[in-house]
Design a protein around this ligand. Structure first.
Ligand SMILES: [Zn+2]
Length: 407
């Protein structure tokens, strides 16, 4: 029997690492990494799928959930702690000739999808007796880790670009985490947090660098599988920055595909901001080209996508697609999403809805398709970004107002 139920496989060189409790990057590939390219050596976490299939047989589909231990590098469900939640709402939107579902992860405990990764990283740390975790973040991953650590009595250290939205910085501090604002970009914050891990050995939650972030994020696929009556949707729109949520969604469905629980990978569309599209601009290209990012959607504003190679691998193997949307389209989509459905999501999340609107108007979505738009963060986390879309009326005199008011 292997000592560990999980093992790691390098996305670049394919090397497998068995009987390792934990690793960051594949050492062989990481040795060649340079600061001007996305990191090579990100690891995929794998399991003995045929043993799982044999063990559960026809009962397997009923067992699938974000707490299905055989597909997680965790020993006990209790390790997820008091803040853990699963099965965020999947709401059917009205008025389309296909089925549109909004998966609302803004209702996670710290109001973003990032909780899925934080739950797993924090639970694993708890099982190992690790009490301090560091992370770099544009804001959501940091506030998520801070919240989850607070619930576990762990210390969180969060490196953020000093320009991160105030609501996210406030959240991090209120959760009692130590914040390190970096005079620079997310990429600079990322490098600082890795240096803290290398120098002081602090456990690191950085997205993709820590392979369990992808394992945590894959749980959304398990929930969708259950919520859609043990099937996969036809089409999923995912906002992408680093490519980790995208890879997580793919990884979850890939696990289900390998286990024979679904017969086909959903068509997944990676939606990026026009000013930060470093994954999809390089899709199907031989030579890669990265541009400095500039977008109002701060959570997906990334110069060097940290899970670039895995995202590209998934999109290529499963014939996924990339769509760029402008900041104007993101804001307009956010307004429509919110006023039509009562769901207030941040611009980084409404980018996915903007991608959906683009495909809808081009006629790409077929009648009867089941379509999911993944909403990854609350609008209350970044209200400044949407100020240009609204005008708060001036105060009124009540008497005058009532005289002239008409329904
Ligand atoms: Zn490698």
């Amino acid at each position: 029997m292997p000592k560990q139920k999980h093992y790691f496989s390098c996305i670049n060189c394919g090397a497998e690492y068995h009987d390792m409790e934990f690793m960051y990057l594949c050492p062989a590939c990481a040795a060649e990494n340079t600061s001007d390219m996305p990191p090579k050596g990100v690891l995929k976490t794998l399991y003995d799928f045929s043993a799982i299939k044999n063990q559960y047989g026809s009962k397997l589909k009923d067992e699938i959930s974000p707490l299905f231990m055989p597909l997680l590098p965790i020993e006990k469900a209790e390790s997820f702690g008091p803040l853990f939640m699963q099965n965020t709402p999947l709401m059917k939107s009205e008025g389309e000739d296909f089925e549109l579902y909004l998966k609302d992860d803004s209702r996670m405990p710290t109001f973003s999808f990032k909780d899925r990764a934080s739950f797993l990283v924090s639970a694993w740390a708890k099982e190992q007796g690790i009490d301090t975790i560091v992370a770099a973040s544009t804001g959501n991953a940091g506030s998520s880790l801070a919240g989850v650590c607070a619930s576990h009595g762990q210390k969180a250290i969060i490196c953020v670009p000093a320009t991160a939205p105030k609501a996210k910085l406030t959240q991090i501090l209120m959760y009692g985490a130590q914040i390190v604002p970096v005079d620079g970009t997310y990429d600079d914050a990322f490098d600082l947090s890795v240096a803290m891990t290398e120098k002081f050995g602090i456990f690191n939650r950085n997205t993709a660098y820590n392979p369990f972030t992808i394992e945590g994020k894959k749980t959304v696929a398990f929930e969708l599988f259950k919520q859609m009556n043990f099937s996969a949707p036809n089409r999923i729109f995912v906002s992408s920055g680093d490519g980790v949520i995208l890879s997580g969604v793919y990884k979850g469905f890939e696990d289900l595909l390998i286990l024979g629980l679904i017969s086909k990978m959903p068509h997944i569309i990676s939606v990026q901001a026009e000013g930060s599209n470093n994954i999809i601009r390089n899709l199907f290209e031989d030579a890669y080209n990265f541009i400095p990012s500039k977008t109002i959607a701060d959570s997906i504003s990334v110069d060097l996508p940290r899970n670039f190679y895995m995202a590209l691998d998934f999109l290529t193997r499963y014939k996924g697609e990339g769509i760029s949307v402008s900041d104007e389209e993101i804001l307009a989509a956010g307004k429509e999403l919110t006023s039509k459905n009562g769901v207030f999501a941040e611009p980084a999340a409404t980018a996915a809805y903007a991608g959906f609107l683009k495909q809808k108007s081009s006629g790409a979505i077929q009648k009867g398709e089941k379509v999911v738009v993944l909403l990854t963060g609350s609008g209350l986390k970044d209200i400044n970004a949407v100020q240009s879309m609204i005008e708060i009326p001036k105060p009124v005199n009540a008497e005058d107002f009532l005289k002239t008011f008409e329904i």
